[in-house]
Design a protein around this ligand. Sequence first.
Ligand SMILES: Nc1nc2c(ncn2[C@@H]2O[C@H](COP(=O)(O)OP(=O)(O)O)[C@@H](O)[C@H]2O)c(=O)[nH]1
Ligand SMILES: [Mg+2]
Length: 312
Amino acid sequence: MADDRLDGYVDVLKDLYPHTGNAWVVGITGNPGAGKSTLTDRLIEHWRAKGWRIGVVAVDPTSPFSGGAILGDRIRMQRHFEDPDVFIRSLATRGALGGLSRSASDIVRVLDAWGADAVLVETVGVGQDELEVTRTAHTTVVVMAPGMGDGVQAIKAGIMEVADVFAVNKADRDGADATVRDLELMLALGQGVMASGPGHVGAKVSGPAGGGSEGAWVPPIVRAVATQGKGIEELAGKMSEHGAWLRQSEQGRLRLRQRARDQLYNEMRDALVEAAIRDLGERIDDMAGQVARREVDPYAACDAILEAFRGK
Ligand SMILES: Nc1nc2c(ncn2[C@@H]2O[C@H](COP(=O)(O)OP(=O)(O)O)[C@@H](O)[C@H]2O)c(=O)[nH]1
Ligand SMILES: [Mg+2]
């Protein structure tokens, strides 16, 4: 129901809110086929063994009609469906009011209130909407796999930005070393380490820079073979380190504040548009007609609507 944003449901979210704030929200993103669902399944297994309660939101708008990818996700995580302490929700529809990220973050809140210790959000790292979804996460893992055009060139700039941990999955295949090297190089360039020579690269690319809790976070790179459960322990460990960094370091806390602000902006954007439509619906329709006839440009139309809305 949260993904439909039915009437009255904001009230439900409000009631739930005091019960939220305990879940660690983890984003798992990357190209289709990289192994996100298989890794998610392994991470569920890993954390269930510690007695954690787990929520999963699988967002895959790439196949809204066939449901193909979602079906695949379900199969990948099937063994956890019977477990009462694992709740898995698929979200395939694009174009819901407020978009995917709002729907996803609403469901995350519901799972948080349900008592999840961790909520995993699996999302395809392709479009803006999907990247937006990862902004709801505390810790985001970008999953790459060798030999599927996942070379560094193929990494969207936006994806680099959201990565807290890199998982180079399918390390049983040729090319994993090259993928790791490419990533290390790219991270080094991003950190400006190249200025002091490539010899520093290896040292830099692991955990919080400088070892102190106040430093910037440098995304570690973990190799994994999700199908064999290899590298999961290390991956989960690095993810936990990131979670701790968020809570304990100055920069981490700053990130948490930015995340809260982003979420507020999202909520405001939707609420403001809805309020304007409620108050000025006809006027906006009229403006849209004028824009369609090219009697007015959309910028001027927007200014006029804002003006009218402010005057309310
Ligand atoms: N060889 C190999 N195949 C894997 C590995 N992890 C996943 N796969 C396979 O890759 C395919 C896509 O995996 P899936 O988890 O659905 O990827 P997603 O689209 O990113 O969620 C499936 O056939 C998996 O069995 C791995 O570590 N090694
Ligand atoms: Mg998947």
